[in-house]
Design a binder for this molecule. Structure first.
Ligand SMILES: [Zn+2]
Length: 371
């Protein structure tokens, strides 16, 4: 979750919480019942977390109906392979919460794993070990007042990992289209990992939390057979749409740590400090980051100058994600240039326009191409 600003709201402390200690469970610390006014989460009705599912039609969710989603046993096996013994929370595999989340279809598979921080607004010195746990388990309600789990995994201040929910649930809310997932539908296609934190872009995670969260992310990617670049954070998906700022850490840091856990490497791309520089290597499908954003900003400015209707090609604006909208706007700019000059006509015809820029387009929009 984690917004820049948090309306203070009264919350019923989730006293019904209990921890099912099974053979798999490590020591479970008691869930601290939050006081009614020290809880900074932005909403208890779930609307902000629901994305397109708030008004969805729920159908019975059974294990068979959501069989494309990795089973709880698969996930637990992967967690244990990374040395994590999750604390299994009551109802962690109960289909009722997926039903309450109103997912209409059963044909989704995880395509991303999303890092969050809980964004309590409470400084680290005053954060209880499991400050947000009650809220995550029972604070989020659908429009009928029924509970929806707020993430899949929760990492307490001491690094202990709680398995909150094994099936699809709400954690992402509204956000940009990516990885072939339509806008606002990320909940049906992703795991969410909540890490207890002040939020507000404050980097206050404990070393134990960073280590545990990296292991959990590795396990979730592996259970879903996803590569490291499917690890995202809430701000990448919902920064533009909801003003999300979590996590407070650079996504490149998480990817490096998680890749290490998975036995691979992820080298965070070097970003030139010259704001005019655009790396041509990053001008590719599903690329994310600074260079993509620089390209989008410059392309939008140039496209507007050419008289293109940006809302038609690129309603989402500059997201830092190279997807179908960036391709469409690139093509539209190419087409305008083609109509204007013979050189561009020859160039674009020869290139068979796939919606990615060559160095001449990058120069044309006022930027400097680098490798
Ligand atoms: Zn978040």
């Amino acid at each position: 979750m984690s917004l820049r600003r948090f309306p203070r709201l009264l919350l019923t402390a989730g006293l019904a919480f209990s921890v099912a200690v099974t053979g798999l469970a490590a020591s479970a610390s008691a869930a601290g019942a939050d006081g009614p006014d020290d809880h900074g989460h932005f909403g208890s009705d779930g609307r902000a977390l629901a994305g397109d599912d708030w008004n969805g039609t729920n159908k019975p969710a059974t294990r068979a109906a959501s069989s494309n989603w990795p089973s709880a046993a698969t996930v637990i096996t992967r967690l244990q392979a990374h040395g994590v013994n999750p604390i299994l929370t009551a109802g962690f595999d109960d289909p009722v919460y997926e039903y309450n989340a109103r997912f209409a279809g059963s044909d989704t598979t995880p395509r991303a794993v999303m890092m969050h921080d809980t964004g309590t607004g409470v400084p680290a010195s005053k954060l209880k070990n499991t400050h947000s746990l009650n809220w995550i388990l029972s604070g989020v309600k659908n429009s009928d007042g029924k509970t929806v789990r707020a993430c899949h995994f929760y990492v307490a201040r001491d690094g202990s990992v709680y398995f909150i929910y094994a099936r699809r649930t709400w954690h992402a809310g509204a956000g940009d289209a990516m990885f072939g997932i339509p806008a606002n539908k990320m909940n049906g296609y992703s795991y969410g990992i909540e890490i207890e934190s002040q939020g507000d872009s404050v980097q206050d995670l404990t070393a134990a939390q960073i280590s545990s969260a990296s292991k959990v992310a590795a396990a979730a990617l592996e259970a879903s057979q996803l590569p490291i670049d499917r690890l995202i954070d809430h701000k990448l998906y919902a920064g533009r749409v909801q003003g999300k700022v979590d996590t407070a850490y650079d996504l490149g840091m998480w990817r490096s740590l998680v890749a290490g856990e998975m036995g691979t490497t992820y080298k965070a791309p070097y970003v030139s400090k010259n704001p005019k520089h655009i790396s041509m290597k990053m001008m590719k499908w599903a690329a994310t980051g600074t260079y993509v954003k620089r390209y989008q900003n410059a392309l939008r400015k140039y496209g507007a100058k050419l008289g293109l209707k940006l809302s038609r090609y690129n309603p989402s604006g500059s997201t830092g994600y190279y997807g179908s909208e960036t391709k469409a706007l690139t093509r539209a700019v190419h087409a305008k240039l083609k109509a204007k000059s013979k050189a561009w006509r020859i160039f674009v015809n020869k290139k068979k326009d796939k919606g990615f820029p060559a160095t001449n387009l990058v120069r044309k929009i006022g930027m400097t191409p680098i490798a």
